[in-house]
Design a protein around this ligand. Structure first.
Ligand code: ZN
Length: 276
């Protein structure tokens, strides 16, 4: 009996020891695991690329060097009261005829930064745009953020659109605007190699937020923003694709006319800038 009891006690002691050891091992491995996760997250944060900024806000030496070398055109340095209206993302079958109608009524010429695939779908509308005295420029083929694309893909986006513009207008285009105004050194190099100057803007009234009730500025706000942010040689960003643009466009034009501004195309603004 005594022997059996001893054996049982020994058995319990062994089991307790095993449990204790395994518990210690478990504690040890889980601590290592937690340390590993923390280090991994920290290193991950360090390696994370900084959020891409809209490069046109970076008024640094490189920005001015690009302007000086006629690679980048953000606005014209002029005292003449001239501005340019630009319309991005078309040609849209719904909105382009409405924009053209307003421009014709106001006797104004503008610049349209069109997408390659839309030009291929709406050649007649694009030809009408040219016939009415406006200019069509390159806004890439499919409106992808260029900084996320490889050099080859960037080139393809711009070249395909150049081809689409040439097929419609019969003329070689020299103007390009990156989607969202987001570009990097590779983008401006690709554009330059294709004979294109990268055009930005100075006034962005926010007409493209028309479907978002939170972000959507009122028509009055849009018109006021143009009035308060415009300056001679400035470029206004509008869109060929929203109801709001059509709603605010006559008011924007009339207000600017009242302030004494004349309207020119981007190519004319660049010419004016080089005469300074
Ligand atoms: Zn765009």
């Amino acid at each position: 009996m005594e022997i059996i009891r001893d054996n049982i006690e020994e058995f319990y002691i062994t089991v307790r020891l095993i449990i204790k050891r395994y518990f210690l091992i478990f504690k040890f491995t889980s601590t290592i695991f937690i340390i590993f996760i923390v280090v991994f997250l920290f290193v991950g944060r360090l390696n994370k690329e900084p959020k891409k900024e809209r490069t046109y806000y970076k008024y640094n030496d490189n920005f001015y060097k690009l302007i000086k070398n006629k690679i980048l055109f953000p606005y014209a340095m002029t005292k003449e009261k001239v501005v340019t209206l630009t319309f991005d993302d078309g040609p849209s079958t719904k909105y382009r005829p409405l924009i053209l109608k307003i421009l014709k009524k106001e006797k104004i010429k503008a610049t349209f930064f069109d997408l390659g695939w839309k030009l291929e779908e709406n050649p007649v509308l694009a030809q009408r745009t040219i016939k009415e005295g406006h200019e069509i420029a390159n806004h890439t083929y499919s409106h992808r953020t260029l900084t996320k694309l490889s050099f080859i893909k960037k080139k393809l986006e711009l070249r395909m659109t150049q081809k689409a513009i040439f097929n419609v207008t019969g003329e070689q285009n020299h103007l390009f605007r990156p989607p969202g105004g987001i570009y990097d050194a590779e983008t401006t190099t690709v554009a330059k190699n294709l004979g294109l100057i990268t055009v930005l803007w100075t006034t962005d009234p926010g007409d493209y937020h028309s479907d978002n009730p939170v972000l959507s500025p009122s028509p009055e706000f849009i018109k006021l923003k143009v009035n308060y942010t415009i300056f001679p040689g400035g470029i206004i960003l509008l869109h060929d694709g929203t109801d709001k643009t059509i709603e605010v466009l006559p008011g924007i034009i009339q207000n600017l006319k009242k302030l004494g501004y004349k309207f020119v195309k981007v190519s004319e603004l660049i010419e004016l800038d080089s005469k300074k």
